[in-house]
Design a protein around this ligand. Structure first.
Ligand code: SF4
Ligand code: FE
Length: 482
């Protein structure tokens, strides 16, 4: 079974016995929890679209391991065409959900681990790549969601992992056994972990020799004993507990993050992909970050499309779609959004093969892509709020609209263009609120800043990749400076 149906995916999650907490309580049935459900629906869309003929060229491909048709989220890119289709698939997914669909972190982690384990084996004589191939085959055959886990809590940022007063602030190996290792620590901001089957852990930064116990990569099922998830709060999250759907903004879809604790978790040997090879920690981090920075040139653009569409509708419903400054502001939003897409596509077109045979993006352009993402969605959101108007944050609740007495006043006084039902105008404003300020703002705004690495991380990579000396030489050559 290389392609699961939505129902099979949901059933497979039900079989997992994960330990997840929210508002101080253990959640017995996460699959049907109203706060978690919208995020599950977003991941489910990766399964749903893979079954549709019109999207199968983007959503599916043939496995390089088994030859079978698989979901692209489980694929190892083997050409620039694969890299381009990945970005297009993410834009499509963003358009269909208006939210973070979570499955990319695992895809990006698997691609990074794939080429890094190959390089490690070649240089060190280890057998990590073979182990990883077996894991990959399992993921592809079962069509699993893998959560890529990189970010450690980090404690005092001025101290290295081994210098911390509390040694667990970076995830590390606490015991080596004949049959595997025991790890302890935590991973923060884990996108989609509650909707995943496996968690693929990587080191969080370049490790030095004295930090080698922190240079560890592995994958385990998310319900492995000792793994605890503490669900992250989002602005307006409890609106999902209310009866109606209007105030949710996005009635069906969402995303989530969680703090994941690894409380002495056992990892069997065949699931260990790095253990103390600190020399390869930096390259693994760089590759994962590179792939994930490429990803943002797809997903954020797709959500941006929804936001631009909603903003244009708000203008229509206010009766002002033809006013010059409104038109110009929407053009500016489109320009910014497509500029993000340009970098996502460009770093894919300029991709190159790795010694493992897989394809990697152009690192400089992927970092430029993400650096733009730390800025443009903020400006797009600002313009959306400008056009939407203040009602975006002052409109009454759905209950007031439904109220026998109040409803008629709201319907009358919050009306825009005559032929547009007042409630439709409210729906559009709530969607804009959701993406810019509500639950989806995690994935669109703040995640644009910090997801796949905070802005300074990209600037370091841009500086490293930019061949400034070559540029100086160009100037010197023109000026005949020896
Ligand atoms: Fe995918 Fe974007 Fe969500 Fe990251 S933020 S998991 S790239 S949708
Ligand atoms: Fe992210």
């Amino acid at each position: 079974m290389a392609l699961k149906s939505v129902e099979e995916y949901i059933e497979s999650l039900r079989k997992l016995n994960i330990e997840v907490y929210m508002f101080g309580k253990k959640i017995k049935n996460p699959v049907d929890n109203p706060i978690i459900k919208p995020s599950l629906n977003s991941v489910a869309m990766t399964y749903e679209l893979a079954q549709k003929d019109e999207y199968s060229h983007l959503m599916t491909t043939n496995s390089t391991v088994t030859g079978e048709k698989i979901n692209r989220f489980c694929h190892i890119h083997h050409s620039t065409d694969d890299l381009i289709k990945k970005v297009k698939m993410q834009r499509l997914m963003g358009q269909k959900t208006g939210a973070c669909f979570q499955r990319c972190v695992g895809m990006d982690a698997m691609n990074a681990v794939y080429s890094t384990t190959f390089d490690m084996d070649k240089e060190l004589g280890t057998d990590y790549h073979e182990r990883f191939l077996k894991f990959l085959e399992y993921v592809q055959k079962e069509d699993l969601v893998v959560d890529g886990a990189m970010t450690d809590p980090k404690g005092d940022r001025n101290l290295s992992p081994s210098q911390q007063t509390d040694p667990d602030l970076y995830l590390h190996v606490v015991e080596k056994r004949e049959d595997g290792i025991i790890v302890r620590g935590a991973k923060a901001h884990q996108t989609g972990i509650v909707n995943s089957h496996e968690v693929l852990v990587m080191p969080t930064c370049t490790m030095k020799k004295e930090d080698k116990e922190y240079a560890v990569a592995f994958s385990v099922p998310v319900d492995t004993q000792g793994i605890k998830m503490i669900y992250g709060r989002q602005s307006c999250d409890t609106r999902k507990l209310e009866a109606g759907t209007l105030d949710r903004g996005n009635p069906k879809f969402g995303g989530h993050e969680a703090l994941v604790i690894f409380d002495d978790v056992f990892v069997p040997n065949d699931r260990i992909f790095m253990c103390e090879e600190y020399e390869f920690s930096g390259v693994l981090v760089e590759r994962f970050a590179g792939f994930h920075r490429q990803s943002y040139g797809g997903c954020k653009v797709g959500v941006g499309d929804v936001l631009i569409g909603a903003t244009a509708l708000a203008a229509d419903y206010n009766g002002v779609p033809k006013v010059t400054h409104i038109k110009d502001k929407i053009i500016e939003m489109i320009h910014l959004n497509e500029t993000l897409y340009c970098a996502g596509i460009a770093c894919s077109c300029e991709g190159h093969p790795t010694p493992a045979g897989s394809y990697e993006i152009n690192m400089l352009l992927a970092n430029v892509c993400k650096q733009n993402v730390t800025r443009f969605p903020y400006e797009i959101a600002r313009l959306a709020e400008d056009i939407a108007g203040g009602l975006l944050v002052t409109m009454p609740s759905e209950e007031d609209f439904k109220d026998e007495v109040l409803g008629k006043y709201l319907d009358k006084y919050l009306k825009g263009k005559n032929e547009i039902p007042t409630l439709d105008r409210m729906k559009v404003l709530r969607l804009i609120e959701n993406i810019t300020l509500g639950t989806a703002a995690v994935g669109y705004r703040t995640e644009s800043m910090h997801g796949a690495g905070s802005p300074q991380a990209q600037r370091i990579m841009i500086s490293r990749q930019s061949s400034l000396e070559n540029k100086k030489q160009f100037a010197k050559d023109i000026l005949d400076i020896k």
